[in-house]
Design a protein around this ligand. Structure first.
Ligand SMILES: [Zn+2]
Ligand SMILES: [Zn+2]
Length: 767
């Protein structure tokens, strides 16, 4: 290939030439990291060793060996190391060794193992990689909702290694555990891959399913060792413990090699006093510039629409400078046919394609590696996704370039100005609440149907078990007998519980075809798919012709009406109890249970310019949400001392509420749609000016709790973000919120900074 050696520094200098230098906020050089190689353990099965050493893996990386040795001694272990650090081999060495050893038992199946992935695709991918290694004596198979009935029986009776997902456990394996008795009796290992994905409500559900599995296995005399693999998150041992309810050792020192990368943090310019250029437009300009420099680049956008915009504006920019380059830019939105994907892969390999705009679907979709540069339009949500996307660039022995372009969102603003939050130890923890009664109660019903519940089961489900089980008795779901709690109904409990949400869902139905496009939680349905709403589904606009709450469906028609809609609402809250409190001088910070009452009252139609073209009343019922929240109060006279006069208090608190919601994902793996907020200049329960941030799911999801645990870091980041923003009176990068029910009014940017600074200064001061 005639391609010249790529120089990321010269390329970056070119991108940041002239006045554009101001947009380049930070450059971090991530040096090449050498592999830490260690020998294979002597206890490895010869067939397993032969398979991998035959493929050139003559040594292990240090973290793989560390995990393998811990697993071999029966310790529950979580490996939390970087993307592409070979975590799989860390669990496969002990698991496959145990399976191969067990295959010599008289039954041919002295040991079994269960592998769980969050998606079917990932389990299928693991199986394909395992089959490619052709390990002798180990029979592996995927068992999921698509497995044909005749294969199911064979797998249950003969497979050593079953690859599946939590949904299958919940709906099939656990309710029918008798059919799995021989498999469960021999169960030595349970692997939980990509365990950082189990967060929020999904995390709580998965945790309950894993505990049900361990309990049923114990009934068959098995105490499997649980091996978990996670992206790098804060406190991986705590996450793993919350998932399985038992102590877990964490392996965090990454011994895998890494090529050098130059990582640039880029902030688009303000285009007026309160508008910043979008990350998507800015990324398109960067992509065009890179293509012109003959730098092969992929640009990641968050949505399909974003991908289209990046691709089309890049092509437009190029057509003005060098029309021959227009055909060398493509868009990839996922969902392509295999031959289309191969075509794209070949174009990249042969450098026919120089620029590609893609959604993160690329992470699992097509195989590309060895590009020169990656442009990331907007923070992708977590560090794990960031490294996954950045890792798409870099050929062996060559330095690559990655550019993160900030979107107009408080979290993005904070991160590009605080590179240590990206590049140093992670502060974001993957969190959920395993004791959320709204999640745990139906799983206890399911557990009772699997095997009667007893007091001793608190070892799996925690101390709230007796209270929740008695509530199920009162509801006629369970029956109390001397031997424990028994399932009292004729149907199957797992049919009533969906793992990926809570309560009712509303179906989104395309009127013309009757096709169900997807579902939305009832909690979000009122604001997202009310009659008249413009709803984006996978980036495509639809107009809701009718929301029918009785039928739990929203009828939609495809098409872009040329405006967007924003729901307006009123909300109030009651404090039910404060579980924990910090006293910061005159300020009080609390975490506890609240009841949030809200009602969507109308919606606005807006043109793409932001201009409002009408407000339309809605007739929707009041919703009540019982959840967990973090809140703080500061007396009025203290606010006055901070320079926030009485008339300014509502705007100051409202702006502080928005910005702190925007920054909570810094410390907990949620996005701003998982949480909500209310602020008030005088609350009847506290008698004081109060700002509240709550989990948007019944019973809570762990996010507000994480905010309370890391309140200082969270609120300090919030005030810094608002203060650092260059806008005049507030913009989406700091205090405006896209989901505000009050149309972003009133907001006081300066008042928010003063109130939050005063709050933080109170910390450590006596009352
Ligand atoms: Zn701003
Ligand atoms: Zn608001």
């Amino acid at each position: 290939m005639s391609h010249q050696a790529f120089d990321p520094h010269a390329t970056l200098d070119h991108l940041a030439r002239g006045a554009r230098g101001e947009r380049l906020v930070h450059v971090r050089h991530l040096p090449r990291r050498e592999a830490e190689l260690v020998p294979w353990p002597t206890w490895v099965d010869p067939g397993v060793y032969a398979a991998w050493s035959g493929a050139g893996v003559t040594h292990l990386w240090s973290h793989q060996r560390e995990m393998a040795d811990l697993a071999r001694t029966g310790r529950h272990t979580v490996c939390a190391t970087g993307t592409a650090s070979g975590k799989s081999l860390g669990f496969l060495v002990p698991v496959l060794t145990a399976l191969a050893e067990g295959s010599h038992a008289p039954t041919g199946r002295g040991a079994t193992a269960l592998y769980l992935a969050p998606t079917k695709a990932l389990a299928a991918d693991q199986l394909a990689r395992l089959e490619a290694m052709a390990v002798p004596d180990v029979r592996a198979a995927v068992y999921d909702g698509d497995t044909p009935t005749d294969e199911r029986r064979w797998i249950r009776d003969h497979a050593h290694y079953v690859l599946s997902n939590p949904d299958l456990l919940h709906h099939s394996l656990l309710p029918g555990h008798q059919h799995w008795a021989p498999f469960l009796r021999a169960l030595k290992f349970v692997v939980v891959d990509e365990c950082h994905v189990y967060r929020g409500v999904f995390g709580a559900h998965t945790s309950a399913v894993l505990r049900r599995l361990l309990r049923v296995a114990a009934r068959y005399g098995s105490r499997p060792t649980v091996l978990l693999a996670s992206a790098t998150v804060a406190e991986p041992a705590r996450l793993a413990r919350a998932l399985i309810g038992q102590d877990v050792v964490a392996v965090t020192h990454d011994g895998s090699p890494r090529e050098a990368t130059t990582f640039a943090l880029w902030e688009p310019p303000m285009t007026s006093a309160d508008t910043r250029r979008s990350a998507v437009s800015e990324s398109a300009s960067l992509l065009a510039d890179l293509v012109l420099q003959d730098v092969q680049t992929v640009a990641f956008a968050r949505s399909r629409v974003g991908v289209e915009v990046v691709a089309s504006s890049t092509r437009r920019d190029l057509s003005e400078v060098d029309p021959t380059l227009v055909s060398r830019v493509a868009a990839y939105r996922g969902g392509y046919l295999p031959e289309e994907r191969r075509e794209l892969e070949r174009g990249l390999r042969e450098r026919q394609l120089l620029g590609l705009a893609a959604t993160s679907a690329l992470e699992l979709g097509i195989d590309i590696a060895g590009l020169d540069a990656v442009v990331i339009a907007g923070w992708p949500g977590t560090r794990a996704s960031l490294w996954q996307q950045a890792g798409r660039a870099g050929r062996t022995g060559t330095e690559s370039l990655a550019v993160l372009v900030a979107a107009d969102d408080p979290l993005d603003t904070y991160l590009v100005h605080h590179p240590e939050a990206i590049f140093e130890a992670p502060v974001e923890a993957s969190v959920f609440d395993p004791e959320n009664p709204y999640v745990l109660t139906p799983h206890l019903a399911a557990a009772a149907a699997e095997l009667p519940l007893t007091e001793a089961d608190t070892q799996w489900f925690g101390p709230t078990l007796p209270r929740l089980a008695d509530a199920l008795v009162a509801g006629g779901v369970l029956r109390r007998r001397p031997a424990g709690w028994f399932w009292a109904r004729s149907d199957r409990p797992s049919d009533h519980v969906e793992l990926r949400g809570i309560g009712q869902t509303v179906r989104i139905v395309e009127s013309r075809t009757g096709r169900v496009l997807g579902t939305v939680d009832e909690a979000r349905a009122h604001s997202a798919v009310h009659t008249g709403a413009v709803y984006l589904h996978q980036g495509h606009p639809y107009v809701v012709s009718e929301l029918d709450l009785i039928d739990a469906s929203a009828q939609v028609v495809a098409g872009d009406p040329g405006w967007s809609t924003q729901a307006r609402s009123t909300s109030e809250f009651r404090i039910l109890r404060a579980d924990r409190q910090h006293q910061w001088g005159a300020a009080t910070l609390s975490f506890g249970a609240v009841e949030v009452t809200s009602q969507i009252t109308s919606f606005l139609r807006r043109l793409p310019t932001g201009e409002v073209i009408g407000e339309h009343p809605l007739d929707l019922p009041v919703r009540t949400l019982s959840t967990m929240a973090v809140w703080w109060t500061l007396p009025e006279d203290e606010l006055a001392l901070a320079g926030v006069g009485e008339p300014e208090i509502p705007g100051a608190l409202h702006a502080a509420e928005h910005a702190s919601i925007g920054l909570l994902p810094l410390v907990a793996t949620c996005d701003r749609w998982d949480i909500g907020g209310v602020s008030t200049a005088l609350h009847t329960d506290t008698g004081l000016p109060t700002v509240l941030v709550y989990d948007g799911h019944p019973g809570g999801a762990g996010f507000a709790e994480q905010g309370f645990r890391q309140a200082r870091q969270w609120l300090a980041a919030t005030v810094e973000t608002v203060q650092a923003c260059e806008c005049a009176v507030g913009c989406p990068s700091c205090v405006q919120s896209p989901k505000c029910g009050n149309g972003n009014s009133p907001l006081s940017k300066v008042g928010a900074v003063r109130a939050l600074q005063h709050l933080l200064a109170e910390q450590g001061r006596p009352r």
